[in-house]
Design a protein around this ligand. Structure first.
Ligand code: TXE
Length: 457
């Protein structure tokens, strides 16, 4: 079967590729099983050197790779370049830390028994991935898994397939053997065949519904399952902020970057009533400045949505808000003409009875709610099934920490938002997932400990 990849800006077929079949999945998995036995014996320094070379090859082709990413999922080209450049910090993180975190640890060497821990690869793992940041979220899994000595079944999203194929090519060119990494091409059906393949670990990035399905489908196998899922990430703007324009600009960028299709995008904003009017004015002004249009133009900030169905979802959220008393200050509709465009939209007079404040939007639509005090803000921020990130903008560090300590989320931000760092774990709570990538925890996620009790006689 063929998978047609539609350019979301033009609605034309950008590429057509052959998908995997149950037989080809079986064949590839068997090949990777063989390859992993050899790969795990390659010294970690050699594996790291290959990944470093991969990073150089990506860097050398950045413009071409960004063009592909923009053409298949609509990310504005400047943001595509930024993503590819930014994802390199995963490689630097591995170069600096992998040997340290994967080396054996001698725990007790005094007395007659030596006790130590070694870290062995899981084996052959699945990396079932999303389309919104294919470099970032792909690297978080497959580079770390490879460095730790695993073989990887990489299933790029059907909306980032050519990018996945390019990454595979460059990994091979850098020296990753072709029986250690492979791409599995197609939609959820190919993902299902991977679930049937009795792999040694499943690392999933995507929606809550698919993540929940995967976790329950393979629960009986008892292999590790990590899920990086969606969020409904709140941001609270406190009234002690002196530069309200700055806060509005920063919050808007957090909400609308990548056309709002980031897992940690700001999805709802609460503003203290004392600065509410000023904030709204600055926020809407900022959104008016965004250029929506051809994602290949360097100054475009809002591109098309990656998936056509998302237009209907966003329209429904807007309608639902309007029905319940919300006010659309700008945007609110799909853009007519070719391409899956939706106007950047700001809705006020919102409440938690509205879908836009409760369900993941994943597009350029934001609800902004007025609050009386920190207590009200905390209650609203916590009123969610998700637990990915939460942020607060305030001049007062103590006040910020007090609020952030109340958040049941894997990440909290003070005076920043929508950011990821390779040095600290990326992890979700509740419906935002389980397990961590990045940091030393994200290195250790791809190994299993072995305890040695060694006694000389
Ligand atoms: O997810 P989908 P998408 C989240 C983001 C949003 C979602 C968007 O918040 O919720 O990801 O990604 C495959 N068995 N994050 O739309 O549809 C499918 O082919 C096995 C969170 O891509 O769930 C694709 O490869 N596999 C985040 C992958 O699952 C199946 C970072 C994801 O698809 C399958 C980025 C099945 N039955 C995005 N059905 C974070 N928290 O870090 C589909 N797939």
């Amino acid at each position: 079967m063929n998978l047609n990849i539609i350019n979301p800006a033009t609605e034309e077929v950008y590429a057509s590729v052959l998908t995997d079949t149950p037989e080809s999945v079986k064949h590839k998995v068997a090949k990777l099983r063989e390859g992993q036995r050899k790969w795990k014996k390659v010294p970690i320094e050699e594996r790291l050197a290959i990944i470093s070379l991969f990073g150089e090859l990506v860097h050398a082709q950045i413009d071409e790779l960004a063009f592909i990413l923009t053409s298949e999922m609509g990310k504005p080209i400047t943001q595509a370049v930024n993503e590819i450049k930014g994802s390199h910090n995963r490689i630097s993180h591995l170069e600096q830390n992998a040997v340290k975190w994967l080396s054996q640890e001698v725990i007790n060497s005094q007395g007659s028994t030596l006790e130590k821990i070694t870290f062995e690869p899981l084996g052959v793992i699945a990396n079932i991935s999303a389309w919104n940041y294919p470099y970032n979220v792909g690297y978080n899994v497959f580079l770390y898994a490879l460095v730790a000595g695993n073989a990887v079944c990489y299933k790029p999203s059907e909306y980032a397939t050519i990018t996945g194929i390019q990454m595979k090519k460059l990994l091979y060119e850098a020296g990753v053997p072709n029986d250690v990494f492979d791409c599995f091409i197609g939609d959820g059906r190919v993902g299902e065949w991977l679930l049937d393949s009795e792999l040694d670990g499943y690392f999933f990035t995507g929606s809550y519904n698919t993540g929940k399905h995967i976790a329950s489908r393979i629960a009986h196998t008892l292999v590790p399952v990590q899920l990086e899922l969606g969020g409904k990430d709140p941001l609270y703007i406190v009234d002690d902020i002196s530069d309200v324009e700055w806060a509005a600009k920063s919050a808007a960028e957090g909400a609308f970057y990548n056309t709002g299709q980031s897992c940690c995008a700001v999805e709802r904003i609460y503003v203290h009533e004392n600065i509410y009017d000023q904030f709204i004015q600055a926020f809407v002004q900022e959104v008016h400045n965004y250029k929506t249009g051809d994602p290949l133009e360097k100054d475009t900030f809002i591109g098309p949505l990656a998936r056509k169905e998302q237009i209907q979802w966003l329209s429904q959220q807007v309608e639902n808000a309007l029905d319940k008393g919300g006010r659309v200050l700008t945007g609110g509709k799909p853009v007519s003409g070719k391409g899956y465009y939706f106007q950047p939209t700001v809705i006020t007079d919102v409440s938690h009875r509205m879908s836009v404040m409760r369900e993941e939007t994943f597009g350029p639509v934001i609800g902004i709610q007025k609050v009386k005090n920190d207590r009200e803000a905390i209650l609203l921020m916590q009123d969610t099934e998700y637990g990915l990130t939460a942020g607060v903008y305030t001049a007062d560090e103590k006040r910020a920490i007090k609020i952030l300590e109340e958040m049941d989320t894997g990440t909290v931000y003070w005076n920043c938002c929508d950011r990821v760092s390779a040095d600290v774990p990326w992890t979700g709570r509740k419906n935002s997932g389980r397990g961590s990538t990045l940091s030393y925890m994200g290195i250790r996620a791809f190994v299993q400990p072995k305890a040695y009790h060694l006694r000389k006689i």
